[in-house]
Design a protein around this ligand. Structure first.
Ligand code: FES
Ligand SMILES: [Fe+2]
Length: 317
């Protein structure tokens, strides 16, 4: 994982009155909403006897453990130990291990440290700014390492083979307008028939740790990937069709794009071929990237640089 970044962990609309227990970032996490409706996150382990507070409930904005009813406030500190009486002194250490959490762009984000969460922005794309209408989104679990799922976002040359569109799109990739600024990778290109000048245009952008924007004729979508553990990834995707701005039609077409792309293309077709990819964890794998893999190569390099920077080592050492 790239340290010192905010990772999307859940759609905000799915965090309601009950606490949510999630496997994310190699940890068991509990999310809940405090009395102000603000999202809070902690490791999902009660400091009393180790039960999962996510199985309990939220009472007056505090999280109540299901086993002995101990409650924990927004800072994680125990506020009530019913078995000890209301005048009990709360012992030191009787607190949840809190994780920095924020809510933005319809998602709950958790910071993966050890750096400064307040000084680290959540990277997003203007196409999906708050208030943009006619979008449709969903999320699903993918049994692959998150670096592999991210790499799949930069890969258009599998389309004709995996998604069966070769006769329409052609097989050859031209990449142009490739730019890298700080932590932002952008490129455009097209997939075309060898004997034709023009083909299927695409635009791809990446911002760390795991947000990717992809645009094709007719629709644009954003993907946010979060590692569950070494071999699994939670993927969120939000689509916006760009053919019409008629409100109801727009939402319907975006929803249709979600169904076709996520359920058929990504989950079934990409998922099948990725299940044959070895090793699933890419670090140390010997691969021979070609020019069409420019996005994947740039992502790999940027990821390594950000990891090195987070570790405080000198670049290139
Ligand atoms: S284990 Fe949570 S209150 Fe006892
Ligand atoms: Fe695909």
């Amino acid at each position: 994982m790239i340290p010192n970044q905010w990772y999307a962990v859940l759609e905000g609309r799915k965090l309601r009155h009950k606490p949510a227990g999630l496997a994310r970032l190699g940890k068991q996490i509990v999310l809940w909403r405090d009395a102000e409706g603000q999202a809070r996150a902690a490791l999902d382990r009660c400091p009393h006897r180790g039960a999962q507070p996510s199985q309990g409930k939220v009472v007056d904005g505090d999280l109540q453990c299901p086993w002995h009813g101990f409650r924990f406030g927004t800072d994680g500190v125990c506020t009530r130990m019913p078995c000890e009486g209301s005048d009990a002194r709360i012992p030191r250490g009787m607190e949840l291990q809190m994780l920095p959490a924020r809510e933005a762009h319809g998602l709950v984000w958790v910071f993966h440290g050890p750096g400064d969460p307040a000084g680290t922005p959540i990277h997003w794309f203007d196409e999906f700014a708050d208030g943009v209408r006619g979008t449709a989104g969903t999320s699903f679990d993918w049994p692959f390492n998150y670096v592999r799922t991210l790499e799949s976002n930069f890969d258009v040359h599998h389309f004709p083979f995996v998604h069966g569109g070769g006769r329409v799109s052609g097989e050859r990739v031209d990449i142009n307008e490739f730019t890298e600024e700080e932590s932002h990778i952008r490129f455009r290109g097209q997939l075309r028939h060898e004997d034709k000048e023009e083909g299927l245009a695409f635009r791809i952008e990446y911002k760390p740790p795991a947000q990717t924007l992809l645009e094709f004729p007719g629709f644009v979508f954003v993907v946010a990937d979060c590692p569950v553990d070494d071999g699994n990834t939670w993927r969120y995707a939000r689509y916006l069709q760009t053919l019409t701005r008629i409100p109801g039609v727009s939402s319907l077409l975006s929803w249709f794009a979600v169904q076709v792309d996520l359920r058929l293309f990504q989950n079934r077709q990409d998922g099948w071929v990725m299940s044959t990819q070895h090793p699933n964890r890419p670090d140390g794998a010997i691969e021979h990237l070609v020019a069409a893999d420019a996005g994947t190569a740039a992502f790999k390099n940027l990821r390594q640089r950000l990891i090195r920077e987070a570790e405080g080592s000198v670049e290139g050492s």
